[in-house]
Design a protein around this ligand. Structure first.
Ligand code: GTP
Length: 402
């Protein structure tokens, strides 16, 4: 089995699993939590409920309310309460270490219906104290089957939650028309072909079906990387053609790299692609072989936003990615075939580090800024990389010619 633990697995392996429970407004998140917290296997689980609004209400709806349910009510988690979230996680860990509360096995964070899950994942990864003690184990998105695609696709937040999901939990199929459900399933195939689909009625589902599924998880049980990319699903759904049966406007294509990519070159080119095709690019994700790095790097972008990269421990030994070339899968809506070839063309000729740095300086608002903050091998002339430093050659002043 492929162990796809993030590189950060050099940290203690007994990190606490954090599960993000998302889903658009009224989709059925609280109903699910209510049922889940009744299972004895959920002992040791802390639930954080994030509410948006002056008075928190949802936590009153969780029937088994006790001290293991905490309310984060100072705003929407993805935009304003990073500090609050990190402070609560830190506090929980310290209290468990001092044995003031029982050991914590898992944290479930119910986000508001309008939250983007990625900033929450990011705050788990970017604070050193938190990253050493917690790990994002799965993103579960509840989808209200009775609403249907037409209602959900009007909301960017709903689309992001679906694209980011490791598991899509289809709620309210008991009150959904068959045709509405079928159209919804087709749309989900389009947006996130790799996420496992589970039906949940009135919150009934066994906890073991839900957790340890994500790309950020430590569990060796997570599916292989090709499955995460949805490559197999793409082939099954659309053999030999680039368009989705459910929506002729939606197309996907894969860019394969022949050789390792320069990190800054790729970041710049992808940043410019995201900027230019933002409205038409639903999602771009993939695994790349970065020049100078032995581990594969997983990338994910949703509608013009690039999310922090994740380094895996090693390349898969089998399957389509075992050649270590890496690839990026793009899913677009209304993206003309000329745009496909343009994206492919740009990715085929990545600039070197020096040229990329000049573009970065000239383009301060690149969507891939968070990629550029990563410590990656520098391949500029005369530079070398040690475990702690990037050593640059002395800068020589220009000599004036007399
Ligand atoms: N028929 C049916 N109703 C459901 C199901 N799941 C949830 N509901 C109902 O849907 C409504 C909204 O459910 P909640 O669990 O409060 O949804 P939520 O996602 O927590 O809502 P917000 O926190 O406001 O975003 C409630 O009236 C639930 O009883 C289901 O599977 N079938």
């Amino acid at each position: 089995m492929i162990d796809m633990s993030p590189l950060s697995s050099v940290l203690p392996v007994d990190r606490i699993a954090v599960c993000l429970l998302t889903g658009f407004l009224g989709s059925g998140k609280t109903t699910l939590l209510n049922q889940l917290t009744k299972h004895p296997e959920m002992d040791g689980t802390v639930v954080l409920i994030n509410e948006f609004g002056e008075v928190g209400i949802d936590h009153h709806l969780v029937e088994t309310m006790d001290e293991s349910i905490l309310l984060l009510d100072s705003g929407c988690l993805c935009c304003s309460v990073h500090g609050d979230f990190v402070r609560v996680l830190r506090d929980l860990h310290e209290r468990a270490s001092r044995r003031e509360i029982p050991p914590i096995k898992r944290v479930i964070v119910e986000t508001t219906g309008l939250a983007d899950p990625m900033p929450v994942i990011y705050s788990l990864m970017e604070d050193r104290y938190i990253a050493a003690r917690y790990v994002c184990d799965s993103v579960l998105t509840v989808v209200d089957a009775s609403r249907g695609r037409a209602q959900l696709e009007q909301h960017q937040e709903a689309i992001r939650q679906i694209v980011m999901a490791d598991r899509l939990l289809i709620a309210k199929s008991d009150i959904s028309e068959r045709t509405t459900l079928e159209a919804l399933q087709g749309w989900l195939d389009t947006l996130n072909p790799s996420a496992q689909r589970l039906r949940v009625t009135h919150g009934n589902i066994a906890p073991e079906q839900l957790f340890s599924s994500g790309i950020y998880a430590l569990s060796p049980k997570i599916p292989d990387i090709a499955a995460w990319l949805g490559e197999k699903t793409h082939q099954r759904l659309h053999p030999g053609n680039n368009h989705y049966a459910h929506d002729p406007d939606v197309s996907s294509f894969t860019v394969r790299f022949e050789r390792p990519v320069t990190w800054r070159g790729l970041s710049v080119v992808m940043g410019l692609i995201l900027q230019e095709f933002e409205r038409k690019l639903l999602c771009a994700k993939g695994v790349v072989n970065v020049a100078g790095l032995t581990e594969p790097v997983v990338l994910q972008c949703v509608q013009g936003t690039a999310y922090p990269p994740v380094r895996l421990k090693h390349w898969p030994a089998t399957g389509p990615l075992s050649d270590r070339h890496g690839c990026l899968v793009f899913i677009g809506r209304g993206l003309e075939s000329t745009a496909h070839s343009e994206i492919e063309r740009r990715l085929a000729i990545l600039p070197n580090d020096e040229v990329a740095m000049r573009t970065i300086a000239a383009t301060p608002l690149l969507p891939t800024r968070c990629w550029l903050n990563e410590r990656m091998p520098w391949l500029g002339r005369g530079c070398y990389d040690t475990p702690n430093w990037i050593v640059q050659p002395p800068i020589r002043p220009h000599r004036s010619v007399h």
